[in-house]
Design a binder for this molecule. Structure first.
Ligand SMILES: [Zn+2]
Length: 294
């Protein structure tokens, strides 16, 4: 019992110390940044584990759910919801969530913030935005294993608004092709669902690169829109505008796909029956590309 008690105390103490000497601060800051850069907590977990980033108790195992609760935790912006939980059983130290039995106190600027209020708010808006995206496009993952499938959940059907899925096709010459088609196409066995066209992955890559390069080359034309957007009441919109100004500043044109950069910039690509691809960026800019190859 004594040991257990001291273990709790040590853990709390350690977390407190790390918060204040910046050790923990570094991975919290990194987590918030990676999330705003378009990565999911699943992907961030894999990156942290690959790089051997250490958590509170020095271990290198991470849970996506833990990362998500860290993203939603107001303590990182310096505020504290006091009495969030309280001890029910003195002997077992079992805690239950405070459901109003004890008044909650919200304290602003309770301690040193690791994350600025602006970035914290942006992350909350991004969490909401992704939830809406999943509902709208009938998928349960915002981006699934982008290391091997960059466009997962990012190709949207211009007919039914649902996500496209990738299929491997083998042509008569034995060359493997990656082709995307609407996930609603054969949803019911034997019944033809959504009849929208398919599209080659190569074409999608070209469209993304072309559209991004159009932003870079015509930066001056977009500057007015971005500058205005910086003042937006929606902090996430302002943040995206700031980032697009930064990314396009003196930027070289892209010549090949860089998945992590794509995640930072692309919202989705919409595929239309007539071959038009609409590239929609995270700042809200839409660029239309005609697919003339098929
Ligand atoms: Zn469709």
């Amino acid at each position: 019992m004594k040991y257990y008690k001291s273990k709790i105390w040590r853990w709390q103490q350690k977390e407190k110390n790390q918060n204040h000497n910046g050790l923990a601060g570094s991975f919290v800051v990194r987590l918030y940044q990676e999330f705003l850069d378009g990565k999911t907590t699943d992907y961030i977990k894999r990156i942290f584990e690959k790089e051997g980033v250490r958590n509170w108790d020095g271990g290198t195992k991470w849970q996506a759910t833990t990362l998500m609760s860290m993203l939603e935790n107001e303590k990182y912006k310096g505020d504290a919801l006091l009495q969030k939980s309280y001890t029910v059983d003195f002997l077992t130290k079992k805690r239950t969530q405070n459901k109003g039995e004890i008044q909650m106190f919200y304290v602003e600027d309770d301690h040193d913030a690791i994350i600025s209020k602006r970035i914290w708010e942006c992350v909350q808006l991004e969490i909401k935005r992704r939830k809406k995206y999943l509902e709208e496009h009938g998928t349960n993952s915002y981006s699934h294993r982008p290391e091997s499938n960059s466009f997962a959940s990012k190709i949207i059907c211009g007919d039914c608004n649902k996500v496209f899925a990738r299929k491997g096709w083998r042509s008569s010459t034995g060359v493997d092709r990656k082709v995307w088609q609407c996930s609603e196409r054969y949803k019911v066995k034997g019944v033809m669902g959504c009849a929208n066209r398919h599209v080659e992955e190569e074409t999608l890559i070209k469209a993304y690169l072309m559209a991004w390069n159009a932003l870079v080359e015509n930066r001056e034309d977009f500057m007015e829109q971005w500058t205005e957007q910086l003042q937006s009441e929606n902090l996430l919109e302002g943040y995206r505008a700031e980032k697009f100004i930064e990314y396009t500043d003196g930027a070289e044109l892209l010549t090949e796909m860089d998945t992590d950069f794509m995640l930072k910039t692309l919202d989705h690509i919409k595929v239309f029956e007539d071959g038009t691809l609409l590239v929609v960026f995270l700042d809200g800019t839409e660029i239309e590309c005609k697919n003339e190859e098929e």
